[in-house]
Design a protein around this ligand. Structure first.
Ligand code: ADP
Length: 294
């Protein structure tokens, strides 16, 4: 089982000619509501990768359609708290030149409780993984509780908080970062420096650094290897990282090696970038298996 303790957002997308200006009231020509949040996207990727995935999070109790959507993907939602607080959501303006402007309200994503998290961790065994991102509350505490529970712990510190991340590294088995997050964490300006400094500074940690169309680099005390990305025509890289993480952890939870897990995850995210959107762009395990066979 993968216990994913993470955010669930409702993204409200508005197509606009230009970003709304001070004092302006502007009509939007199109409106779409989509499931978002790194936590939810990673749970969807895990479910599509056929992992047994329990999502631990919180929503407003009126948003039953979001629970239903997650369940349709195959995510176990029994441990998603239903609260009076507004669900996490984002108001997103999209311009014709594909620029966006976002107001994010974390809402119920910041209302997780110690009791909720600990009771989820109570059901975890040493073969299970706990996965966290940085869009919920109690992140540092949860990582520590997870380590104490003897579960394997993966952390995707997005959005990056370098100070928090450095503080929790000793609780983590696997850190998954993209190149921007890696540079932030290492306190440097280039990917090359990050790839050099991180393994030096954190020799006990296993790190996966995703490199966009270059693939992913993995380093730990024992290993330093790069898995190349698959060559595809990218249309929309939204949720590439979330797809990578979901498929990677699903493979690791099934007992795959890090190398095999990264290859499957690269294939899954390569397919995802050829499709537009977040959760709907994530492929199924069957699609990934077929892609890898060709
Ligand atoms: P994030 O979305 O978090 O910034 P990346 O951009 O590093 O993450 O992408 C995560 C993974 O998605 C990469 O490791 C790679 O396997 C895959 N990927 C991303 N962009 C492309 C691309 N243009 N072509 C093929 N694979 C890609």
């Amino acid at each position: 089982t993968v216990f994913n303790i993470g955010s669930i957002n409702i993204d409200h997308l508005y197509q606009v000619d230009h970003f709304v200006r001070p004092g302006e009231t502007m009509s939007s020509s199109s409106y779409q509501q989509v499931l978002g949040g790194k936590g939810a996207n990673q749970s969807v990727a895990l479910a599509k990768a056929k992992a047994d995935v329990q999502h631990i999070g919180a929503l407003n109790r009126s948003d039953q359609h979001i629970l239903a959507q997650l369940q349709e993907y195959g995510v176990n939602t029994d441990q998603i708290a239903q609260l009076d607080e507004a669900s996490g959501h984002a108001i997103i303006q999209l311009t014709p030149s594909a620029e966006n402007s976002i107001i994010l309200y974390p809402g119920s994503n910041h209302r997780l409780t110690e009791q909720q998290i600990k009771s989820a961790l109570n059901n975890a065994t040493k073969d299970d993984w706990v996965l966290l991102q940085n869009e919920t509350n109690l992140v540092a505490e949860t990582l520590e509780w997870a380590q104490q529970a003897g579960v394997k712990v993966a952390f995707n510190p997005a959005p990056m908080d370098a100070e928090l991340t450095r503080r929790v590294l000793s609780f983590i088995d696997l850190l998954i970062v993209n190149e921007v997050e890696a540079m932030d964490l290492a306190g440097v300006d280039t990917i090359e420096e990050a790839a050099q400094i991180l393994p030096e500074q954190y020799p006990d940690l296993a790190v996966m650094m995703t490199l966009g169309k270059e693939g992913v680099r993995y380093f730990s005390k024992a290993e330093d290897l790069q898995v190349k990305a698959f060559v595809v025509e990218a249309k929309d890289t939204t949720a590439a990282g979330d797809t990578f993480i979901g498929f990677c952890l699903a493979e690791l939870a099934r007992g795959a090696s890090y190398e095999v897990a990264m290859r499957t995850a690269c294939a899954a995210s390569a397919i995802a970038v050829t499709r537009v959107g977040a959760a709907p762009s994530i492929p199924t395990l069957d699609e990934v298996t077929e892609f890898l066979a060709n």
